[in-house]
Design a binder for this molecule. Structure first.
Ligand SMILES: Cc1cc2nc3c(=O)[nH]c(=O)nc-3n(C[C@H](O)[C@H](O)[C@H](O)COP(=O)(O)O)c2cc1C
Length: 368
């Protein structure tokens, strides 16, 4: 089966290629009665790319969303919502070389093997970061839906290369600062150091990776469908579908392996009549089911594979070794642009599971 759709009740299908006519998304299963306009999606698209900075690719397109279906009179109808943006700024000639000479670290070689040379390689085609515009559009719809039920999803940068944010952030700080700088790190001092690291690496013809953390607040306890559709399993799967994500961890994550049970266990207490835990090493999920604590997940993003530094590769037609210096407009670091993508990806899984758990109705309110 083709793998372009995700979700059981809130089903998101994405389509389009980097240098094709458009990037689009179909959201099927969104309850009727959600107030939704093109402006709601446009606002998220406008925030997708940090502006006035040299740390993102020169391919800065003003993406204008069109909603083609599923919305009538300002509200979702319960029918599939199709939204798209048309591609404008493609320079396909930059990519002629990768038809035969795969970039190390990108999907050029594996797609050639899988699709027999028929796939659209221009700009990375279906494997371009640009395809994640679809996720941001779906995320805009999803976050609006979740907000109605008090759920807020916030993603932000915590590391770029070896520059790490080394203090705990408050939720207020994250809300206030996350879009205040180009790297999307809510700590402004760390953000400056991160930006500097990216610019230095870019000047060397190289790239950097980093970590995006995502927190989901007010997810009620009891959401998740073990065994195989556990909440953490579905979030992890979704995040691994975001291009360039190479690692996912929840709560204490890999550090939990170093802790003793007495250190790792989140002990229960009652605060203001509510059951909570004093720590959140579990990242808000136990047994694949939400605990009512914030869901905390981190995604490790690899350094951009398309770099101008010369690297060894092969010419597939001639079956000989060669070298490549990648041209085209590439991000020296994917992390800042991945922030809204990760936020959207987590939100989509939560919406699907909230619907499956019966915590979001199929009709939000009856029309009077
Ligand atoms: C928002 C975003 C932007 C990206 N931009 C680039 C880019 O400019 N150049 C590049 O080589 N890869 C970029 N990527 C990563 C590639 O799409 C990805 O590495 C490729 O599809 C191979 O997939 P994999 O890294 O998950 O194995 C981007 C990814 C995301 C999420």
């Amino acid at each position: 089966m083709a793998g372009n759709s995700v979700g059981k009740e809130f089903v998101v299908t994405c389509f389009g290629e980097s240098h094709g006519k458009c990037i689009g998304v179909i959201v099927d299963g969104c309850p009727a009665g959600l107030s939704l306009s093109e402006q709601d999606i446009q606002a998220e698209l406008d925030r997708r790319i940090p502006t006035q900075t040299k740390i993102v690719s020169a391919r800065v397109e003003k993406d204008t969303v069109e909603i083609l279906s599923g919305v009538f009179d300002g509200f979702t109808t319960g029918a599939p919502i199709c939204a798209l943006v048309r591609n404008k700024k493609a320079i396909s000639s930059d990519y002629d070389i990768i038809k035969d000479v795969p970039r190390p670290g990108h999907a050029d070689y594996t797609t050639r093997i899988k699709y027999g040379g028929f796939s659209d390689y221009r700009g990375g085609g279906r494997f371009s970061g640009r395809v994640t515009v679809a996720l941001v559009m779906a995320g805009a719809i999803t976050k609006k839906l979740l907000n109605l039920f008090g759920i807020e999803v916030l993603a932000y940068t915590t590391a770029i290369g070896n520059v790490r944010l080394d203090r705990k952030l408050t939720i207020e700080e994250i809300r206030r600062n996350k879009y205040k700088n180009a790297v999307r790190c809510p700590d402004l001092k760390s953000a400056k150091a991160m930006e500097k690291a990216i610019l230095k690496t870019k000047s060397e013809g190289d790239s950097l990776g980093g970590i995006v953390e995502c927190v989901a607040l007010n997810v009620p306890a009891g959401v998740g469908e073990p065994f195989f559709d556990s909440l953490d399993a579905d979030i992890a799967k979704m995040l691994f579908n975001v291009p360039a994500v190479k690692g996912v961890e929840f709560g204490a994550g890999f550090k939990a392996a170093e802790l003793k049970g007495s250190e790792n266990n989140d002990v229960y207490v009652i605060q203001n009549g509510k059951i909570v835990t004093l720590t959140n090493n579990a990242g808000g999920i136990l047994g694949g089911i939400s605990s009512g604590m914030p869901i905390l997940v981190r995604a490790a993003i690899k350094p951009t594979s398309s770099i101008s530094k010369e690297q060894k590769t092969i010419n597939l037609s001639k079956m000989e070794e060669t070298t490549i210096q990648v041209k085209g407009r590439h991000d020296p670091c994917i992390v800042p642009k991945a922030v809204p993508v990760i936020e959207s990806a987590v939100a989509m899984v939560l919406a699907d599971h909230m619907l499956r758990a019966g915590k979001i109705p199929k009709v939000l309110k009856e029309r009077k």
